[in-house]
Design a protein around this ligand. Structure first.
Ligand SMILES: C[S@@+](CC[C@H](N)C(=O)[O-])C[C@H]1O[C@@H](n2cnc3c(N)ncnc32)[C@H](O)[C@@H]1O
Length: 202
């Protein structure tokens, strides 16, 4: 897909879009590898943009795994609705991730195994980020993972207020280079995909 729609949205809404270009396939690989698709029943994605991570999750998921996307940008929402119009067990809402609780109830999703996020926490209002992260903790299943990326490490301690284990990796094959944060609470109970050396204990 062309990067032009993404660039246009960045120009009109820089703080919520937070990036000039969609993420690279290399960054998508790094995010997706933290998901155990054999085990995942419910996956949520915040801020899919044009669907770089979504494409990968749809390719890898089991047929009956439910995926729910939150995209607050109306243009991206339109693109996503058209692109994924034939998908089953797949929902897209044009609303803020802050309202996750309401939509989990609407779609009968009892808990979430993995939440993948492209949200630009560094440029979102602090209260919006806090609300999203608190609810992320609330709805993630025990042993679940919150997987996000950021362009700098400045938000690490902020995100660390909500998760006591954060594994960090860098992906340079992205513009700009990015850090992937794999966040969890009950690390000992999580399926063991994380390598010990990536774990950065607070
Ligand atoms: C940095 S872009 C990431 C897009 C895509 N995941 C990627 O990596 O190419 C951030 C995305 O988050 C969306 N976004 C920002 N705030 C949001 C919110 N509160 N709820 C849902 N989506 C939001 C933006 O509209 C945009 O699509």
């Amino acid at each position: 897909m062309s990067s032009l729609p993404f660039m246009k949205q960045y120009v009109s809404k820089p703080k919520t879009v937070g990036a000039v270009l969609p993420s690279s396939k290399y960054l998508a690989d790094r995010i997706i590898k933290y998901i155990n698709f054999d085990y995942a029943c419910y996956i949520v994605e915040y801020g899919p943009g044009t669907g770089v991570f979504t494409d990968r999750m749809l390719r890898e998921r089991k047929q009956d795994t439910i995926i729910l996307l939150f995209e607050c940008n109306a243009e991206f929402y339109k693109i996503l609705k058209q692109k994924y119009k034939d998908e089953q067990n797949f929902y897209i809402v044009n609303d803020s991730a802050e309202h996750i609780g309401k939509y989990l109830a609407t779609y009968g999703i009892p808990y979430v195994d993995y939440i993948v996020s492209g949200l630009p926490f560094a440029s979102l209002p602090r209260d919006v980020s806090s609300s999203i992260l608190a609810q992320t903790r609330k709805y993630l299943k025990e042993g679940g993972r919150f997987i996000t990326f950021q362009y700098t490490l400045t938000m690490k301690s902020f995100i660390g207020q909500f998760f006591n284990e954060i594994g960090i990796e860098r992906e340079v094959r992205n513009f700009p280079p990015a850090y992937v944060f794999c966040c969890s609470e009950a690390f000992a109970l999580a399926p063991s995909i994380l390598q010990k050396q990536w774990v950065d204990k607070k």
